[in-house]
Design a protein around this ligand. Structure first.
Ligand SMILES: C[S@@+](CC[C@H](N)C(=O)[O-])C[C@H]1O[C@@H](n2cnc3c(N)ncnc32)[C@H](O)[C@@H]1O
Length: 341
């Protein structure tokens, strides 16, 4: 049996824990830092199989995991802590020699862990280099993860794909200038990566609830023609873009010729059931097999029920490919669908 540290978006750990209870037979789940971080075991199943299942069919709210290989009481003493970090790193000789290694150190707000992320990483990096490993920030063969709660220091080493995300705690960061118009652009950039859906393969996009234009600007950057629908104004920097058409309308009042678009995105701030009716009504505008990226607002404090009801309703016209709470989602999740033939 293996114990993992799991992370979810702030406030959503209870849902991630519930998903694991439903999915992993015999798992023991326990809170580590309020609302965000918890531990869980692989329970009665074969650990390899449990991990494979989680990777193949990712839970909605579980953002990041790492296996716990060492667990010791946390101390505020620098010398003690540094030697604990070095001792753990020294055990990794077989794995890190000749390999690229990322080191990710995080701590809970109330943890007495005496170092910041960079300092903790530097202490371990020295050992990893002595062992013949190359310390890198991204695209590594291994990730050494350290998480300090108020009481315990957890350490583990795993392949990036086995962490569900190769970012520390699944906290995906983009350059600030990638979302000049609105921070909402980060949601679409993250969805592109999380769903393995390169946006530059699409040519004609419909963006519902587009203002002020963060998503639209990403779509235009990827070379698409974009029809943006929103009664509100778009950012003035987009006004004269030759591939943009802005319809200042309520999306419920529109219709398009069948198959006009190969991508539909929707980030409308409204009742998610109403949004679903609007998007379903416009589904024929999307060519068969075309993709949709839609945020589902979790307005009713019953996320599982909302997701189940909404995915059922969307299923009438779409195949549901994935539903995931992305790091940049707040009270919402992001869904990738394909238009049914
Ligand atoms: C969260 S904002 C979208 C942000 C946008 N994705 C971006 O990247 O800048 C939600 C938008 O949905 C629009 N909206 C809400 N209901 C709508 C409707 N029925 N038709 C069109 N737009 C709608 C609002 O006017 C608002 O601008």
């Amino acid at each position: 049996m293996i114990t993992y540290i799991g992370t979810a978006n702030p406030g959503f750990a209870p849902y991630a824990m519930e998903e694991l209870r439903r999915r992993v037979r015999g798992t023991k789940v326990s809170g580590v830092a309020a609302g965000e971080t918890f531990s869980f075991t692989t329970g009665d199943g074969e650990p390899e199989q449990v991990l494979k299942d989680l990777r193949r069919n990712e839970p909605v709210f579980l953002r990041h995991i790492f296996p716990v290989e060492a667990e010791i009481p946390v101390s505020s003493d620098e010398a003690l802590t540094a030697s604990a970090l070095r001792d753990y790193a020294a055990q990794l000789a077989d794995r890190v020699h000749g390999k690229k290694v990322a080191i990710q150190v995080r701590k809970a707000q109330d943890s007495p862990f005496p170092y910041g992320s960079a300092e903790g990483r530097d202490i371990m990096a020295e050992v990893v280099r002595e062992l013949g490993g190359e310390v890198v920030a991204r695209d590594s063969d291994w990730i050494v993860s350290v998480y300090s709660s108020r009481k315990l220091l957890y350490m583990g080493c795993s392949a990036p794909k086995d962490n569900l995300s190769d970012w520390p705690g699944g906290a995906v960061r983009f350059r600030r200038d990638e979302a000049l118009i609105s921070r909402a652009a980060f949601k679409l950039l993250e969805a592109e990566k999380a769903f393995g859906l390169p946006l530059d393969k699409f040519t004609n996009a419909l963006d519902l609830g587009a203002a002020p234009g963060g998503w639209t600007s990403v779509l235009l950057e990827r070379g698409m023609k974009v029809t943006a629908v929103d009664p509100a104004e778009m950012d003035e920097s987009l006004a004269l873009h030759p591939r943009l058409r802005h319809l200042r309308k309520n999306a419920a009042e529109l219709s398009f010729a069948p198959g006009s678009f190969d991508l539909l995105v929707c980030d409308m701030s409204w009742d998610p059931y109403h949004t679903c009716r609007i998007v379903s009504g416009l589904s024929s505008a999307l060519s068969a097999g075309g993709s949709g990226i839609i945020t589902l607002k979790l307005m009713y404090r019953k996320p599982f029920q909302s997701i189940q009801d909404l995915t059922e309703a969307y299923s009438e016209h779409f195949d549901i490919r994935k539903v995931k709470q992305l790091f940049h989602n707040r009270e919402e999740v992001t869904m990738w669908v394909r238009r049914k033939p």
